[in-house]
Design a protein around this ligand. Structure first.
Ligand code: CP
Ligand code: NVA
Length: 306
């Protein structure tokens, strides 16, 4: 099946992202002017959640309703997926009853298998490996505040998790650099990150060095969903990887701070940074809504030139 999906960041080209960022701008501006825009009337989004969510659920569900369509929320607990129905069978059935599917789950392999058996577009709403919708919104947010991200430097401080991997893929697709600093033992695994090479990132033992001259400093929780058993061990290992004022001071004076949220003040980020003047975390969260509306419109209707 040659259906288009968004399962990892590199599924789209730089040209497609250029379109999506421009389209997000149009959709956001119209929404702010309270203009009705219902291109997806009679279209249904099914959202499958195997992990918790606030932003992803809200932004997809509200976004689909605002575009005139409907959204259905399924979880492992209240569907047969939790009782062992094969992903391939679920994909066959679900994709005959709706127009687009969003899945938040554990291994990337699950969304890949679902997509391979789906008649409709499938969107990755977070897996252990990737979070492409987050970085779509994050880069739109960067562009809103600072213009093109091409050639810029993003400092990633903390765990080389799903969000980090997606930043690294985005750097390859859109031509920017990522400075990564993780504690020993938590380094980037280029193959797991789905990278073509190592040209777009550099690793730093000291997080201060990673932040030096950065245009954007970003981080995420020390323990991602699904890894809770490692929590105590991680709290010890990550203690020196808290983004604080000293780190922001060595970044560019106009550097932004982002966090996909939810955040833990005093762990991966100091309160004075996330609540400080360089932080754009609320714009970043809001932009999930606008960017994913552009994404759903694109996957269902293709490019709109108006
Ligand atoms: N950033 C993000 O995906 O948030 P949720 O886990 O609340 O969806
Ligand atoms: N890395 C985090 C992101 C949450 C939005 C997790 O996977 O739990």
């Amino acid at each position: 099946m040659s259906q288009k999906h968004f399962l990892q960041f590199r599924d789209f080209s730089a040209d497609e992202f250029g379109y999506l960022f421009a389209r997000t701008r149009v959709i956001k501006d119209r929404f702010k002017r309270y203009e009705k825009y219902h291109p997806l009337v009679d279209r249904t989004l099914v959202m499958i959640f195997e992990k918790a969510s606030t932003r992803t659920r809200l932004s997809f569900e509200a976004g689909m309703q605002q575009l005139g369509g409907a959204a259905i929320y399924l979880t492992t607990r209240d569907s047969q997926l939790g009782r062992g129905e094969p992903v391939e069978d679920a994909a066959q059935v679900i994709s005959r009853m709706c127009d687009i599917v969003m899945i938040r789950t554990f291994e990337q392999e699950i969304v890949e298998r679902f997509a391979a058996h789906s008649r409709v577009p499938v969107v990755n709403g977070l897996t252990n490996e990737y979070h492409p919708c987050q970085i779509l919104a994050d880069i739109f947010t960067f562009i809103e505040h600072r213009g093109s991200i091409a050639g810029k430097t993003v400092a990633w401080i903390g765990d080389s998790n799903n969000v980090c991997n997606t930043w690294l893929q985005a750097a390859e697709v859109l031509g920017f650099n990522v400075h990564v600093s993780t504690p020993p033992g938590y380094e980037v695994e280029p193959e797991r990150a789905g990278l073509f090479g190592t040209d777009h990132f550099e690793e730093f033992a000291d997080p201060i060095d990673a932040c030096r001259g950065a245009d954007l400093v970003t981080t995420d929780v020390w323990t991602s969903m699904g890894f809770e058993a490692e929590n105590d061990e991680r709290r010890k290992a990550f203690a020196d990887w808290c983004v604080d004022a000293d780190m922001m001071r060595v970044a560019r004076p106009d550097a932004l701070f982002m966090h996909c949220l939810p955040a833990h003040r005093g762990e991966e980020v100091a309160a004075e940074v996330i609540d400080g003047p360089q932080s754009v975390v609320w714009d970043e969260a809001e932009n999930r809504l606008h960017a994913q509306k552009a994404l759903m419109e694109y996957l269902l209707l293709g490019r709109i030139e108006a």
